[in-house]
Design a protein. Structure first.
Ligand code: UGA
Length: 445
């Protein structure tokens, strides 16, 4: 099938590449000429395992093209995806200006019956707005061309995006017309083998499904962070509690890891946007508000542990100390720093007069862009380099390479011999046996 995709961000680029990989003819459109030029030369603007070779192979096979020319792309597509960003407005609701601008462009250029697919995460009711924007442009040109707007939210995880796209656990199709459902089923048929993963529903339910899924996962994390904080106060170990509850299939093992708070481009934004949607509909979302509040305070938790440790000391606390920070990205296998817990931690350390020696396997470039040059920040070449002259180690992101350090070596290298483990990577007893002080999340120390 012929497909056009607006937006070569995370969602658009991965979706377009996977659709091309199963044999569809895909044209990706972006307004950013430099990005489009780069993609045409095989330069991928994001770090995502497995994506680069796939983009190159499909581009070379002429199944995947990148352009800034919206008119040609719309002319190409029987199916036109909207996969542009929906950044939060000042009040937390999703800003639809980019989505609606694409809708107007579609209305301006379609010439044959087209299925317009909303893949961006958009509030309930957006499909109606997209439909109205397209209709308005069609009316302005005096054109009468059939089109339909379908909601088809994506559930990719950064770091696993290609695998999630190639092997989706569900394909949500929110549509009212049987023809549109048939088109979407045909498009996704290569991903829908063995058993039917397509869940058909009405458009508004599909839009809400996306938010409900992310809000549920965020709720699990905030819940566990709250349990961790209770555990810390009552002398229990949340890791034992986690193992004690995860085996109940009604609870499950996933997303019950306490830590330094959730970040990324989705959970913080989507929880807030859903809360705004509820408020606009006249309902105060008590649980969603709490999920967000818990996460906000959790992002400050590592610093609170650091302060607690140094306040116990004889000397003047955190001021003047140097902290090795392992991990800056909001989670492993990505260079994404959006809403990353590290950003709060670094700001708090600097505010308190400390110096940071930071290392992340992928996010160094992105961090340099965000933090710039400053005297109290040293960008390091390796995890080992970050330890150079450091008083203490803080682990913020659970990259595999941070999982089993030599604790004896840490004991020798860290002047204050203390480890703050923001992701509960280590066994406290093992760390302490090496002569280090250990602080984790909800581990009673
Ligand atoms: C999330 C969802 O998991 C995807 O299903 C969804 O498609 C995507 O948002 C989206 O809406 O686009 P993502 O933001 O890539 O994916 O990252 P996650 O792996 O979900 O992690 C989010 C945050 O939660 C990270 O900061 C992670 O460290 C934290 N987390 C996760 C925890 O603190 N504890 C856990 O047990 C799990």
């Amino acid at each position: 099938m012929r497909v056009a995709i607006f937006g070569t961000g995370y969602v658009g680029l991965v979706t377009g590449t996977c659709l091309a990989d199963v044999g569809h003819q895909v044209v990706c459109v972006d307004i950013d000429q430099a990005k489009v030029d780069g993609l045409n030369r095989g330069i991928i603007p994001i770090y995502e395992p497995g994506l680069e070779p796939m983009v190159k192979a499909n581009h070379a096979a002429s199944r995947l093209a990148f352009t800034t020319d919206a008119a040609t792309a719309i002319g190409h597509g029987q199916v036109v995806f909207i996969a542009v960003g929906t950044p939060p407005d000042e009040d937390g609701s999703a800003d639809l200006q980019y989505v609606l601008a694409v809708a107007r462009t579609i209305g301006r250029y379609i010439s044959v019956p087209t299925v317009v697919v909303n893949k961006s995460t958009v509030p309930v009711g957006t499909a109606d707005k997209v439909r109205a924007a397209i209709a308005e442009e069609l009316a302005a040109r005096g054109a009468d061309i059939a089109f339909d707007v379908v909601s088809n939210p994506e559930f990719l995880k950064e770091g696993d995006a290609v695998a999630d796209c190639m092997r989706p656990d569900r394909i949500i199709i929110g549509a009212t017309s049987a023809e549109s459902v048939a088109v979407m089923r045909r498009l996704y048929a290569p991903f829908n083998r063995n058993h039917d993963r397509v869940v058909e529903m009405d458009v508004r339910s599909a839009e809400l499904t996306k938010y409900a899924a992310n809000a549920m996962l965020a709720t699990k994390i905030s819940f566990m962070n709250e349990i961790a904080n209770i555990a810390e106060r009552v002398g229990a170990d949340v890791e034992q509690v986690r193992q004690g509850i995860g085996s109940d299939p009604r609870i499950g093992w996933h997303f019950i890891y306490p830590g330094a708070g959730y970040g990324g481009s989705c959970f913080p934004k989507d929880v807030q946007a859903l809360a705004r949607t509820a408020q606009q509909a006249g309902l105060e979302p008590k649980l969603l508000n709490a999920v967000e509040a818990v996460n906000e305070s959790q992002k400050g938790h590592l610093f609170a542990l650091i302060q607690r440790h140094y306040d116990k000391g004889e000397d003047e606390g955190v001021r003047g100390r140097t902290f090795a920070v392992w991990g800056l990205a909001f989670k492993p296998n990505t260079d994404d720093m959006r809403e990353a817990s590290s950003r709060r931690l670094l700001a708090q350390l600097w505010e308190a007069g400390a110096t940071v020696r930071a290392y992340d396997p992928e996010a160094m470039h992105e961090s340099q862009r965000i933090f710039g040059e400053r005297d109290d920040l040293v960008f390091c070449d390796s995890a080992d380099d970050a330890l150079q002259g450091a008083d203490a180690l803080v682990v913020v992101t659970e990259w595999k390479q941070f999982r089993s350090p030599d604790f004896q070596m840490l004991r020798e290298r860290l002047k204050d011999a203390v480890v703050f483990d923001g992701r509960n990577l280590y066994e406290p007893a093992e760390v302490e046996a090496a002569g280090l002080a250990y602080y984790g999340i909800g581990r009673g120390r």
